[in-house]
Design a protein around this ligand. Structure first.
Ligand code: AP5
Length: 226
C-alpha cells in the first residue's frame, strides 16, 4: 500500500485551499475540494448542484448523501493517483468513516491530518477580503495576497469576484457550523494519532514550508518534486 492521503482540516478561511494549491506541484497528490466540486455542480446546474445551492447560501453543511455521491464520483474519475489531498472533506464523522472505506478500497491510507489553526478575527478579515478568479479559480486577498491589477487575475486576466457566502452574516453562520459539526473530527483524528496542528496565522509561504517539512518525513518523494 503506497498511495497516501492527507486531510487539510480547519475552519472556513483557515487557508486550506491556499495551502492545497501551493502543495499540488510539490506532492503530485490529486486535490479534492468538496467546496469546489459543489460550486462546479451549481454552475453546471446538475441535480446535486441544484439541491446543494440553498444549504451553501445559508452557510450550512450540505447533507452527507449529496457529498458522498460527489466524492465517490471524484474517486472513480481520479483513479489511483500517487496520493490524495483532501480539502474541506471530511466534515462530519459519517464522512470520515466513508473516507476510510474509499481509501481502503483503493489500497490507500490516511497518513496525516493537518489542522490549520487561526483566530476568528483573522478568519473574518481573510474571508471578507477574499477574491477569486471567475475564469481559473485563482485565490487572492485584497490586502494580504493582492492581485497586481485590482479586480483582475494575475494568471489569466480574468475578472475577480467575491463568493456569495463570504458576507459577514454567512461567515458567522459557517463558523458556528464548523464548531458544532466539524470540530468533533479534531478529537477523532487525535485519538488515531493522525492529527498535526499547524499555525496558519503566518505568511502563506511559511505555513506551506512547515507542512512540506512534515510531509517529507512521511513521504520522502515529496521533496523530490518541489
Ligand atoms: P468550502 O469551499 O470548503 O469553504 P470553507 O471550508 O468554508 O473554506 P474556505 O474555502 O472558505 O476557506 P479556506 O480554508 O480554503 O481558506 P482560503 O485558502 O480560501 O465550502 C463551502 C461550503 O460548501 C460550506 O459552507 C458547505 O455549505 C459546503 N461544503 C463543502 N464541503 C462540504 C462537506 N464536506 N460537507 C458538507 N458541506 C460541504 O483562504 C481564505 C482567504 O485568506 C483567501 O483570500 C486567501 O488568499 C487568504 N489567505 C490564505 N492564507 C493566508 C495567509 N497565510 N496569510 C494571509 N492571507 C491568507
Amino acid at each position: 500500500m503506497d498511495i497516501r492521503a492527507m486531510v487539510l482540516l480547519g475552519a472556513p478561511g483557515a487557508g486550506k485551499g491556499t495551502v492545497a494549491e501551493a502543495l499540488k506541484a510539490a506532492t503530485g497528490y490529486g486535490h479534492l475540494s468538496t467546496g469546489d466540486l459543489l460550486r462546479d455542480a451549481i454552475r453546471g446546474r446538475t441535480p446535486i448542484g441544484v439541491q446543494a445551492a440553498a444549504f451553501m447560501k445559508r452557510g450550512e453543511l450540505v447533507p452527507d448523501p449529496l457529498i458522498l455521491a460527489l466524492v465517490t464520483e471524484y474517486f472513480d474519475r481520479a483513479g489511483n493517483g500517487r496520493g490524495y489531498m483532501l480539502d474541506g472533506f471530511p466534515r462530519t464523522l459519517a464522512q470520515a468513516t466513508r473516507l476510510d472505506d474509499q481509501l481502503n478500497s483503493r489500497r490507500a491510507r490516511l497518513e496525516v491530518v493537518f489542522l490549520l489553526e487561526v483566530s476568528e478575527a483573522v478568519i473574518v478579515d481573510r474571508l471578507t477580503g477574499r477574491r477569486l478568479c471567475r475564469n481559473c479559480g485563482a485565490n487572492f486577498h485584497i490586502r494580504n495576497i493582492p492581485p497586481k491589477v485590482a479586480g483582475r487575475c494575475d494568471h489569466c486576466g480574468g475578472e475577480l469576484y467575491q463568493r456569495p457566502d463570504d458576507q459577514a452574516d454567512t461567515i458567522r453562520k459557517r463558523l458556528e457550523v464548523y464548531r458544532r459539526q466539524t470540530a468533533d473530527l479534531i478529537a477523532y483524528y487525535a485519538d488515531r494519532q493522525l492529527l498535526q496542528r499547524i499555525d496558519s496565522d503566518r505568511p502563506r509561504d511559511e505555513t506551506v514550508a512547515d507542512i512540506l517539512r512534515r510531509l517529507r518525513v512521511l513521504d520522502p518523494q515529496v521533496g523530490a518534486r518541489s
